[in-house]
Design a binder for this molecule. Structure first.
Ligand SMILES: [Zn+2]
Length: 1084
């Protein structure tokens, strides 16, 4: 049975009922005492009583007992229990049950345990008495049955007395708060009294706040499978809470030497297992040691010897490459607590600064941005905080004000510090996790190393470092940031392209070409004056002049092996226990600096280039000689600004409403792309063609861009696989051409917010058209050989309708050499990944350790969803129940379920009471969001009618409802006899929704039932209250992902029971959810 804190303040009837529930749950999980099993516990027919059934472990039924409490309001301290039974009890049993009142006041759990013990003794004695000696062994031999240990009992049923360093009820309160914020808390006990805590969120939920395309660019692993983003906090030494209301450590935390350590990673479950957690914490120690070294020493010889090298190497471990998964490695790679590309940066922020930022925030009533600004100011000036606040207070509060502006383009997580009770200890786990979510969401805006805001003008898509030399140095030498090994294995073609473009740019002397400065490179350079050599015969790269820097960099790139060779090396099979293959071991003659340059080529590119391998992702009619990359440059912020520009355009132009964007090509000489993909199209890149005005030039026919404007490369990295000759970008532009600088013969656009680059097309002699066979050449037509002229565009060819295409404005046809270009919806491929993620069901079954925390206090102590003392006030324009509408909806209702049980009846009475009470207490029905018409509560408790209403006015469903005069969604809820252990069945009676296949959403099945794991056998928990479920359903219907809920054209025709059940089963099967056993009986 799960632990209940003995100092729990709550008492009385509610505590009594709570204890019955928790005893019932314990019985369900299995309680055995010396050969006796507690089969079930359930509330009794009489108020203040409960029933329990007891059997022998071998299955023989013993007795059903009814236990009555003298006065439930006195429970659990001044009460007495009495026991009775309808059964004909053996004498030795009734002797025990009659004496139950002698045990005095104890909790239900304690009383049941004692009862079982005494009955077990009685069973044994009576067995002996009855059958002398032949078959008594099976009862007396404790080894064969689950032994019952007094010590265990105390451990399970109560916290250790005098354990003042651990306040279980505080942790429980904090766990519940974390759940309320939509995260999953976890409690991981270690050893005698230490523990770690975790908080997590299904990784697929990240797309609710961070654009999926950005997530994919930061780390493809994030959306690669069903998993959780998890924060692990260790070093707590068994102390909780360890911070006071002002965010400083408690006495106890000081006394026990608490030193919280934060780890950020991906886990399959909602928390890491105990083994994974301790492994992670152990590795943390190793990592810290490694980080503490300013520069890694040249690796000692033995480390190069793969065959003898058995120890784990923290560097290799950090850089763990996730290969294309082979079956053997797949499991290993997804198990455990796995870091991802941003883990080390986020961890250094949390471990190095989080608590300090939190303290400043609380002390000076700042926001996160203000507290961060204050901390950086303190560290920079080394002045007392008070002075800084006095002198620079304006500047610091400005950071908070700027932060508010950010919220227009970023969805930031809810801030728990805004709602907290300032007299209570801070819920550090919740605050840390929401801070982590905030920083993850905003990661491209901050330096990965020093964590300060980037001062760059352009919004990068991927996080990077600031221009401080120290940060650059640490970024490359300490591998903060994405793992190069991962990139090489996952995106070899992209890595090859980045290196090749850097080579072309540096060889051909492109102006503004970024160089690998600040990394502390020690290099050879054939052009630099020998006198500048240092004693080791090498040059300090940063001291070379720009020309020599370019020469030195290209010299280093020429020493790199082909990317495919590196990939093959990294992916070679390894024996168990051996370290993973390392980059440096590919070719030991390659200088260290060359690897650094490779790392720089990849990591300094904050754009995201994804090779499009599958035909359905590729732009059509581009020609097989071009390799296509999806190309994303701007941060989520840039995408948001682009969306705003579209919306604005749509208010001005009818055309923009129909075709929001135009597509056009932008060409530039090969040597410029190294810079363009780092800085964006518009960055100093208006060098040619000023004849038509100042701005970025776009061609409507790709032949123009791919011709003169994408001047071919004159040079090539010798190991380049691509052997790039030219590049051209395909961009999306707001469809408001009359606001362009010019629209003929080119589009010239000076508003950078109006441009989003979508594709990069690369022609290279090394691309031997691996896709030539799969890329469909344009079907021969009279136009395919026609030279580019101004003749009208060719007629539409037959279109593959399985791919959603971008609707292109016929007034501005997009062509390449006269052939019509077609573009798959850019979100198409991503949508497929997201759909796969959404369909995966991640069960969150809190384990016993967590349940022991959740159940530390009876629910009466939890924050209530409503305040009972609120005086009812009538709110103007509140939602009104319309009896006529509901009456029409329930006309064809089938009769209530016929199956019932005592347990379900009791639970339903309780639920109904609670629901009506909440409804009465609600200040406004609009705020409540649901309504249960009291006059429709029939004699049968197993069938309820509930309305959902007052959806957010901006939702399409709310607009549809308003247009059709639909007052509410009318639901039928049917309860099975297994309730509350089996889930109720929710279905909409009216109105009818648009089905998913017709473009509808909102988690409503074709039959009107709800498609939510919460309502299936796996997802349901007996502790869910109906009002909480109603809110979840409302949220599901309001969810715009993957598509918003809409009303069907025949919205007025009610759903039938049969289609609802079929819809539910179909949805459950699709998602792999378990259908409750008794599901079919619910319609009888
Ligand atoms: Zn920095």
């Amino acid at each position: 049975m799960n632990a209940l804190s003995p100092d729990a303040p709550a008492r009385g009837r509610k505590r009594f009922q709570f204890d019955i529930r928790s005893a019932a749950q314990a019985a369900e999980q299995g309680v055995e005492v010396q050969g006796l099993r507690l089969l079930s516990v359930a509330p009794g027919e009489e108020d203040g009583s409960f029933d329990c059934a007891i059997a022998r472990s071998d299955g023989e039924f013993l007795a059903t007992l009814t236990i009555l409490v003298s006065d439930a309001s006195e429970y659990p301290s001044d009460h007495t229990f009495f026991c009775s039974s309808q059964d004909d009890l053996p004498v030795y049993v009734s002797r025990v049950t009659e004496a139950i009142h002698e045990d005095g006041s104890a909790t239900i759990q304690r009383t049941l345990m004692r009862l079982l013990e005494k009955l077990a003794k009685g069973v044994a004695t009576s067995k002996n008495a009855q059958s002398d000696d032949d078959d008594d062994e099976d009862v007396e031999d404790d080894d064969e049955i689950d032994g019952y240990d007094m010590d265990d009992d105390i451990g399970l049923l109560g916290a250790q007395p005098g354990n003042s360093k651990f306040d279980r009820s505080m942790l429980q309160r904090h766990f519940n708060e974390i759940v309320a914020y939509g995260y999953y808390p976890g409690y991981i006990p270690f050893g005698v009294d230490d523990f770690a805590l975790s908080a997590s969120l299904p990784a697929k939920s990240l797309v609710d706040t961070i654009p999926a395309r950005a997530l994919m660019a930061w780390d493809k692993q994030l959306l690669a499978r069903a998993q959780h983003l998890t924060l692990l906090v260790s070093g707590l030494r068994g102390v909780y809470p360890f911070v006071q209301p002002d965010a400083t450590f408690t006495q106890s935390a000081h006394f026990h030497g608490v030193a919280p350590q934060f780890r950020v990673g991906l886990t399959l479950e909602y928390k890491p297992s105990q083994a994974d957690a301790s492994e992670t914490i152990r590795k943390y120690g190793l990592k810290e040691e490694y980080d503490a070294q300013p520069a890694p020493e040249p690796v000692e010889e033995p480390l190069f010897d793969d065959d003898d090298y058995l120890d784990e190497d923290p560097v290799a471990e950090e850089n763990e490459a996730v290969n294309d998964e082979t079956a053997e490695e797949a499991e290993e790679q997804v198990a455990g607590f796995r870091p991802f590309s941003l883990s080390s940066s986020l961890e250094s922020l949390l471990n190095g600064h989080f608590l300090r930022i939190l303290q400043l925030r609380v002390q000076y009533s700042l926001g996160w941005a203000g507290a961060e600004a204050l901390l950086w100011e303190v560290e920079r000036t080394q002045q007392p905080i008070g002075d800084i606040m006095r002198l620079r207070g304006e500047h610091i509060r400005l950071a908070d004000a700027t932060d508010k502006l950010l919220m227009q383009s970023y969805v930031l997580p809810a801030d728990p510090l805004l709602e907290r009770d300032a007299s209570q200890p801070i819920n550090i786990l919740l605050v840390a996790f929401s801070y982590l979510m905030r920083r993850l969401t905003l990661c491209p805006r901050y330096c990965l190393v020093c964590h300060q805001p980037l001062q760059e003008d352009l919004d990068a898509l991927k996080p990077y470092v600031c221009s401080s030399k120290l940060c650059t140095y640490q970024y490359y030498t300490l591998n903060r940031g994405p793992s190069l090994e991962y990139e090489i294995c996952a995106n070899p073609v992209t890595v090859d392209l980045l290196v090749s473009l850097a080579y072309v740019a540096l060889t051909e002397g492109a102006p503004d070409a970024p160089l690998p400065v600040g990394m502390g490179l020690r290099v050879e350079c054939r052009t630099a004056p020998a006198a500048r050599r240092d004693s080791d015969g090498l040059f300090d790269f940063d001291k070379l002049d720009p020309h020599d820097m370019r020469v030195a960099t290209t010299q280093l790139i020429d020493k790199l092996p082909p990317i495919a060779d590196i990939k093959r090396h990294l992916e070679q099979p390894r024996k168990a226990g051996r370290a993973k293959p390392r980059l440096q071991d590919v070719d030991k003659t390659v200088p260290e600096a060359a690897w650094s340059v490779l790392r720089w080529c990849v990591a300094s590119c904050t754009a995201h280039l994804e090779e499009l391998q599958s035909e359905e992702d590729q732009v059509k009619n581009i020609g097989p000689e071009w390799k296509q990359f999806r190309f994303s440059v701007g941060a989520p912020d840039a995408e948001a600004k682009y969306r705003q520009a579209i919306v604005q355009a749509q208010t001005e132009s009818r055309k923009a409403r129909e075709y929001p964007s135009l597509y056009a090509f932008h060409g530039s000489p090969a040597k410029n792309w190294h810079s363009i993909i780092r800085h964006g199209l518009w960055f100093k890149n208006v060098a040619h063609g000023r004849a038509y005005g100042h701005g970025v030039y776009f061609a409507k026919d790709g032949a123009v861009s791919t011709g003169s404007y994408s001047m071919g490369a004159q040079s090539c990295w010798r190991n380049s696989a691509s052997r790039v000759t030219s590049c051209v970008a395909l961009a999306e532009i707001v469809n408001l051409p009359n606001k362009f600088v010019s629209q003929n013969p080119f589009f010239v656009v000076d508003k950078t917010d109006w441009i989003i680059c979508r594709y990069l097309m690369v022609k290279g002699s090394g691309y031997v058209n691996p896709n030539a066979a799969t890329t469909t050449p344009a079907p021969p037509s009279m136009y395919s050989y026609a030279p580019f002229t101004n003749q009208p565009p060719p007629p539409e060819e037959e279109v593959d309708n399985s791919i959603p295409w971008v609707p292109l404005d016929p007034e501005h046809p997009l062509t390449l050499s006269g052939k019509r270009i077609r573009i798959p919806l850019p979100t198409h491929a991503l949508e497929k990944i997201l759909a796969a993620r959404r369909q995966e069901f991640i069960p969150v079954n809190y384990d016993e350790d967590d349940l022991s925390i959740f159940e530390a206090l009876p629910p009466t102590q939890l924050p209530q969803p409503f305040d009972e003392d609120v005086v009812m006030t009538t709110i103007e324009d509140d939602w009104q129940h319309d009896p006529e509408w509901v009456q029409k909806a329930i006309e064809h209702l089938i009769p209530p379920p016929t199956e019932s049980s005592l347990q379900a009846t009791t639970a339903l009475q309780r639920e109904l009471k609670a629901l009506l009470k909440e409804q009465k207490a609600a200040k406004s029905l609009k705020e409540l969001g649901w309504y249960m018409p009291e006059d429709l509560i029939g004699d049968n408790l197993y069938q309820w009618i509930v309305e959902l209403h007052s959806f957010d006015q901006n939702l399409p469903i709310a607009k549809d409802m308003e247009r059709h005069g639909v007052n509410s969604l009318v639901f039928e809820i049917r309860f099975p006899a297994g309730f509350p252990h089996a889930p109720p069945f929710f279905r909409i009676l009216k109105p009818r929704f648009l089905g998913f296949s017709q473009g509808g959403g909102g988690h409503v099945t074709l039959g009107g039932s709800m498609c939510m794991d919460l309502l299936t056998a796996d997802g349901w928990l007996p502790s869910y209250s109906i009002s909480a479920v109603l809110l979840q359903i409302k949220l599901a219907i309001s969810n715009l992902d993957p598509k918003p809920a809409r009303l069907a054209q025949n919205w007025d025709s009610p759903y039938g029971m049969q289609e609802a059940m079929e819809g539910y089963k179909r949805a459950a099967n699709t998602h792999g959810w378990k259908i409750p056993q008794s599901f079919d009986r619910i319609a009888r």
